[in-house]
Write a protein that binds this ligand. Structure first.
Ligand code: ZN
Length: 139
């Protein structure tokens, strides 16, 4: 089951992700990914993947979008969209699922898109069940 999607402009998220996907720095994989977050402040924060010649030093699109949100003053993720090319669903990698969890509730919608638009909706809980999050460290 996908999370609550009321009053979320997924077309705006798709447009933002599509724009930054074209700017992605992916000279090695040539696999460009764009992401867009709707923050709790109503602002759309985009991010794209940035590869590095020292491969593990590269960063994911979701990571860039989270950094943009935090730097822009947003604190919570209301929704996130990830856009990639190819036949397979471009879902967030395991590390990014955890990064998203830091700022999003389990029911937060995660839209997975391809060039033609949204392909599938998930809740974060579907992608990262029984997750460990900030609440685990609160007493
Ligand atoms: Zn990732």
């Amino acid at each position: 089951m996908a999370g609550s999607t009321e009053a979320i402009d997924f077309e705006a998220l798709f447009a933002a992700a599509a724009r930054v996907q074209t700017f992605a720095y992916a000279p090695y994989s040539r696999f460009r990914v764009g992401a867009a977050i709707l923050g709790d402040d109503g602002v759309v924060y985009p991010g794209c993947n940035v590869e590095n010649a020292a491969y593990p030093s590269g960063s994911c699109a979701e990571q860039g979008a989270i950094s943009a949100m935090i730097a822009g003053g947003g604190r919570r993720i209301r929704a996130i969209l990830v856009l990639g090319d190819g036949d397979e669903l471009v879902t967030p990698c395991g590390a990014c699922r955890q990064r998203i969890r830091e700022f999003a509730a389990p029911e937060t919608p995660v839209a997975i898109a391809g060039p033609g638009g949204i392909r599938q909706m998930f809740s974060l809980a579907e992608l990262l069940p029984a997750s460990f999050g900030p609440d685990n460290l609160r007493r």
